[in-house]
Write a protein that binds this ligand. Sequence first.
Ligand code: ADP
Ligand code: MG
Length: 406
Amino acid sequence: MKIIVQKFGGSSLTTKERRVQAANKVIVAKREGYANVVVVSAIGRIGDPYATDTLINMAKEVNRDVIPRELDLLLNCGEIISAVVLCQVFTGLGYDATVLTGAQAGIITDRAFTEARILRVNPEKILKNLKENKIVIVAGFQGVTDEGDLTTLGRGGSDTTASALGVALNAEFVDIFTDVDGIKTADPRIVKNARTLEVITYNEICQLAHQGAKVLHPRAVEIAMQKNIPLRVRSTFEDSLGTLVTNYGDTYNTVEISSDRLLTGITHVPNITQLKIFTNKSENTKGLELKIFRAMALSNISIDFINVHPHQVIFTVKDDDALKAEKIIENIGLTAEVLPGCAKVSAVGANMAGVPGVMSKIVEALTEENIQILQTADSHTTIWCLVRKEDMEKAVIALHKKFNLS
Ligand code: ADP
Ligand code: MG
């Protein structure tokens, strides 16, 4: 049995017409001889009646603190509604289709409610239905603990569901259908002439996704990569093949040898706060750095852009965590210079390691646009620049242009 997993994002399912377009993608694959597993997200975005954010706001209306376990029960409803409504399209067209919740599909997670991790997949029920020639529609973004409590997988979690099912079922392809025609050299909402990449390696998209390219959840890539299951990011509304995510070696036969490009794309993450802490202003400076980082870890604050100097520690946190972080530093007896409203703009490319002149080109591009660089960091695949949020879009466009990515 050759299996294909096809995932449809919330924006692909908002209207009856769109759901028919989505269903057609499944039917085309069925005609090609595939056994079909369809994964769906909740319908629409914030404001739409059953979108995840709408459900969260509903719960928080009377009390902002929602018990995570109960919140997950509520959030499970969004994808279930979506799955049943899409099932109606198939049965209406005369196809045999069935809906499984994440739990029924055998997606077992840990107990980290609202951010659960998939521990394993028991695909028997899916396989039984596929053998009966049914289209199996699985509610994405959800799972169940060993104790039987329902969980959700965090934002973008339906991508992870699709990928995990792809691995468990040894699928030929996992197709991620969305509102753009593939993975692009930058977010098309910012860079209008961003180019769609024909092929990209797991590593490249992992970097892009971790650095803010929300088109694919990084966890989904990591899972698919373990078993080399090819992912494709495609448009629900167009007829192109989209972007193939695969291994470097597997791309040789294609037109574009992705490993030859210096830069893959430009990404951005807004809403970041920079904290500068002067450690020499304290009486006893010994071990202060350790104290700072330990305290952040204990409070579950994730930190980024870390620079430690003899008399100064600099790092960034999410704007949402800034107040908490500032308090923690005060409690240690230190003061922080706080700069909220920053953004991280990254140039990502698997081949920039050791190539001279990349950094100077970045600085040139930003300087030409009068954008102040607040901090930088680099790894063998990425150069990060911290800029003010109001400079973010300008910086993405400038870097995209400087490296001729369009
Ligand atoms: P879905 O609801 O289908 O999961 P998402 O909103 O999660 O859709 O992902 C698609 C969006 O990702 C696009 O509309 C696009 O604005 C955004 N995006 C960000 N970076 C990129 C990129 N490099 N390539 C393509 N899309 C991107
Ligand atoms: Mg998504």
